[in-house]
Design a binder for this molecule. Structure first.
Ligand SMILES: [Zn+2]
Length: 255
């Protein structure tokens, strides 16, 4: 395990008593119609009443944000510049800039300056500090859930933050922001990548699916995806089965 999780329970904060006082006041002033009105109104959280962002949680379930998924801005090898710019801007604003792409205009801080070193299944991994909580959730979930004979897997090599871009043609790897993780490149191929990745023996069978080519159990892939990671094995062009990237909202995670 990489660490323990914080409880998401906030405890009793007096909201119940305040709601009851409000209810009684309305009842005194307006009688039965007030009761009907209260019944019809949707419940409003304390955060919404004070116009604050949603409370952070230890392990919120979330899906990758669609506009950040590669296939939203690269289709059949052609990049939609505006959509790519939007995704880049989001990443720079949330995580910091990376050198060489003009992203300093969105955020003066470098992404790598926010990197932390942690252990993922016992292996050292450097990753952006905002994504570290999500990775703890993944590891905890996998430890608890992926225990069947077909679901066990022991990583031997993991990679996180990098400073050299592995994409060509203007794309920016999420490894540069520190929000991507690779697991065992020699067991989990990227058949749409440049050589030597695409010369992996598992890529010879062109009819095989990414799920068939990877050594990663489905339970592991599910474990990442439930906490906002996107599995790049799903990318129709790359089928990068070693690669997970956090495309959820980091502001929903308790640090
Ligand atoms: Zn990768």
């Amino acid at each position: 395990m990489i660490g323990c999780l914080r409880s998401s329970h906030s405890g009793y904060d007096g909201r119940g008593a305040a709601t009851m006082r409000q209810f009684l006041r309305l009842l005194t002033l307006f009688g039965a119609p007030a009761i009907a009105l209260l019944w019809l109104l949707p419940s409003v959280s304390a955060a919404e009443r004070t116009h604050q962002p949603r409370a952070r949680q230890a392990c919120p379930l979330q899906e990758p944000q669609q506009f950040l998924i590669r296939s939203s801005f690269v289709k059949h090898g052609v990049m939609d510049e505006a959509a790519h710019e939007r995704a880049l801007r989001y990443r720079a604003e949330r995580y910091g800039n990376v050198a060489g792409f003009g992203l300093e205009r969105f955020n003066k801080n470098r992404a790598y300056a926010n990197a932390v070193m942690l252990r993922f299944f016992g292996l050292p991994l450097e990753i952006h500090k905002k994504v570290a909580p999500a990775l703890r959730c993944v590891e905890r979930y996998i430890h608890r859930t992926c225990s069947g004979p077909e679901e066990r897997y022991t990583p031997r090599a993991v990679g996180g933050l990098r400073q050299n871009n592995t994409y060509r043609g203007g794309e920016v790897s999420n490894h540069l922001f520190g929000i991507a993780v690779d697991i065992d490149p020699n067991r989990n191929p990227c058949c749409g990548c440049v050589s030597p990745w695409s010369s992996h023996p598992a890529c010879r069978n062109v009819k095989a699916t990414a799920f068939q080519r990877t050594a990663l159990p489905r339970c592991w892939i599910n474990g990442f995806e439930r906490f906002g990671f996107y599995w790049l094995g799903r990318d129709p062009e790359l089928q990068d089965t070693m690669h997970f990237e956090f495309l959820g909202d980091p502001e929903r995670l308790a640090p």
